[in-house]
Unconditional design. Structure first.
Length: 113
């Protein structure tokens, strides 16, 4: 199977919680330093040869701290609970958003107070 060509790879250190799933999936590219996952200094040489493992590591990241841009572009994943547009929402609203359900009805906000 031909994997898409990786054109950009980054790790958001603010979102990373150091679960190390990406390090286990592709240790040639990712490493743990000071409690945060980062890219190895020579990661660019592995972008073509380890593309499948890098894409797998991106999918394993529970906080979606790994950002991979490919050519051709892939479809965007659904919103995660850490999505800034969901900040300040209740747990019920977060669950509905991650499951792709419509938002709570307006009367619900007044009723629960």
């Amino acid at each position: 199977m031909n994997s898409p060509r990786i054109v950009r790879l980054s790790v958001d250190s603010r979102a990373c919680l150091a679960h190390e799933l990406c390090v286990k999936a592709c240790p040639q590219v990712f490493s743990l330093a000071e409690g945060v996952v980062s890219l190895n200094p020579n990661f660019q040489q592995y972008l073509e040869t380890h593309a499948e493992q890098i894409l797998n590591a991106e999918g394993l990241c529970p906080t979606r701290a790994i950002v991979v841009e490919t050519e051709p572009p892939r479809p965007q994943p659904p919103a995660s609970p850490l999505d800034p547009t969901l900040k300040g929402k209740s747990i019920a609203e977060l669950l509905r958003a991650t499951r792709g359900l419509p938002p709570m009805p307006l009367w619900w906000k007044f009723w629960r107070r």
